[in-house]
Ligand binder design. Structure first.
Ligand code: F6P
Length: 338
């Protein structure tokens, strides 16, 4: 099953699970559209021939959704009953923060489950990297490279708004990889005066343009201590919906400097297309590890990357905790501000 928001590399993980399981003589059934598929008993068999071409294919052939059994009447109970009716031996779930919480709850109720961490946000606790993060960063870096030349031609301030929810991993890594003049992340309130100083200092050095990377949940302190943040909205599933901080920031910069400012919101482009080599390799390693864990009956755990090795962590030790941006990365990004 693939649950929650999709990302590049999910199909590579599906391929790895199917291949590893078939090699040991086991059969794999795909649950369609995340937890929705388990609630509605919607499945498809997955054979070796279904996996050809999957390594480099974005999205997920199983489909995904944000349907959350916690928010559906008798959701967990129905998942357990349907799982039993399907006569399966184990459930391998590729998911992020929300999926992990559901998996931990089902595991506590006796469902034999193994999780593979994925999310472009890279905010899953217990793993050094999640499937999809590297591709999202690469997309953002490519965009920043392209924005550099047009920013320079027009002497403009370019704001690049990236995803990441409440963690600044994508913003910080894209900022470092793309050579941003400032990076604004949810983990720290950025001083607006510092942004203005960066623009001025660059202009003094003959650089009439600047590139700022802004995380969708970034906070900016204006003079007089008002803090700018995107108004909280909710999606169809009651999840927090972010986006729009780039435009809010652009208005303030225009108002206070008279600079020409343009905003690029990368949005779901960060989640689509072919996975990078790093994501293909990570997804494949985690997929193979998940099957090993199933065969050893190491249930109630998530396969993770720790340093250069694949390890595992108990679901209850990782669920509900957001892995915030490593401040060391922000310190590196700061060396290149201005
Ligand atoms: O969690 C992944 C993510 O892409 C976040 O970075 C973003 O805030 C959210 O999902 C967008 O969700 P949706 O696809 O439901 O619009």
């Amino acid at each position: 099953m693939t649950g929650g928001g999709d990302c590049s590399g999910l199909n590579a993980a599906i391929r790895a699970v199917v291949r590893a399981a078939e090699r040991k003589g086991h059969k794999v059934v795909g649950v369609l559209s995340g937890w929705k598929g388990l609630l509605e008993r919607s499945y498809r068999p997955l054979s070796l021939s279904d996996t050809s071409g999957l390594l480099s294919l974005g999205g997920t052939i199983l489909g995904s959704s944000r349907v959350n059994p916690f928010k559906v009447p008798n959701g967990l109970k129905r998942c357990l009953e349907n799982y039993r009716k399907a006569r399966l031996n184990a459930l391998v779930v590729v998911g992020g923060e929300g999926t992990l919480k559901i998996a931990a709850a089902l595991s506590a109720k006796g469902l034999p489950i193994v999780v593979i961490p994925k999310t472009i946000d890279n905010d899953t606790f217990g793993t050094d990297a999640t499937i999809g993060f590297d591709t999202a960063v690469q997309v953002a870096v490519d965009a920043i490279d392209r924005l550099h030349t047009t920013a320079e031609s027009h002497d403009r301030v370019m704001i690049v708004e990236v995803m990441g929810r409440h963690a600044g991993w994508i913003a910080a890594c894209a900022g470092i990889g793309g050579g941003a003049d400032a990076v604004l992340v949810p983990e720290e309130v950025f001083d607006f005066a510092e942004l203005l100083e960066i623009i001025k200092a660059r202009t003094r050095r003959g650089r009439g343009y600047s590139i700022f990377v802004v995380s969708e949940d970034a906070r900016i302190r204006l003079p007089g201590s008002k803090v700018l943040r995107t108004p909280v909205q909710h999606d169809e599933y009651g999840d927090v919906k972010l986006g729009g901080i780039g435009e809010v920031l652009a208005r303030e910069i225009r108002k206070r400097t008279g600079s020409e400012v343009r905003v690029t919101v990368l949005g779901h482009i960060q989640r689509g297309g072919a996975p990078t080599a790093a994501d293909r390799i990570l997804a494949t390693r985690l997929g193979v590890a998940a099957v090993d864990m199933v065969l050893k009956k190491e249930f109630g755990r998530m396969a993770v990357l720790r340093g250069t090795k694949i390890a595992s962590i108990r679901l209850e030790d990782a669920a509900g905790i957001t892995k915030r941006l490593d401040p060391a990365l922000l310190r590196v990004a700061r060396v290149f501000f201005g």
